[in-house]
Design a protein around this ligand. Sequence first.
Ligand SMILES: Nc1ncnc2c1ncn2[C@@H]1O[C@H](COP(=O)(O)OP(=O)(O)OP(=O)(O)O)[C@@H](O)[C@H]1O
Length: 254
Amino acid sequence: MAVELRRVTKIYGNGAVKIVALDDVTLSVEAGEVIVLMGPSGSGKTTMLNIIATLDRPTSGEVYIMGTDVGKLPEGRLERFRLRNIGYLFQSFNLVPYLTAEQNVALPLMALGVKKELALLRARALLEYVGLEKAATLYPHQMSGGMQQRVAIARALATNPPILILDEPTSNIDLENAAVVLGLIAVTNKLMKTTVFVATHDPDVARIATRVIYMRGGRVYEAIEPPRRELKIDIDRALSAYEKLKRIDELLGL
Ligand SMILES: Nc1ncnc2c1ncn2[C@@H]1O[C@H](COP(=O)(O)OP(=O)(O)OP(=O)(O)O)[C@@H](O)[C@H]1O
């Protein structure tokens, strides 16, 4: 099992004002699934993603990521665990403004101790994978929102994590870029066997789901019938970039 939540509750606040953001959630997700989380604002989607990403801890309950009970990991080991296992795409692109695209993508690898030159080599291959090989030396302010989002996806994939988490990946970009981003997520799930979690208000995103989970008031309700995959994806370009990535991975031992 890639991710398992057992009776997870998250309560924000204390004293008189308490908000139950997650209410006794139990969920098992197998490797290779694409889970799309939908539901009204405030229903707990981001809270769930943050807890799976180990960026936040539950008030009670257990969280297993790739078989590890993350509640038992000491803070000191959590960052490395997160770097190796979780790619996270935040709601806003969150790129470092004074670093180029390739430097942004190389960051998580360098945080793991990979030498700069090798990290940049993989970063450039990842930028090719997301179709931005020509933008490697551009700064975020020189790129459109859609391009920044693709750089952010490349960065989320930097350490070859088994789990990819995306919060509203299409909400701040135009329709055309949204289709590219969805295609990339679907291709990544197929090629890299990445387990994917996406929170979204965009019904289009459900097209890449293997399972749609509706949330309401911190509880989960699974969709009775997941929508069919009907995205047309240009897999050839991604495939050739992926072959190159794999060779670099062998070099890096990722
Ligand atoms: N750091 C926090 N402190 C206090 N309350 C919080 C915090 N984070 C979230 N909440 C509350 O927890 C509940 C769930 O919020 P969450 O952001 O997980 O919902 P969401 O479904 O992601 O919403 P949206 O679609 O608007 O992003 C909301 O009532 C929210 O106000």
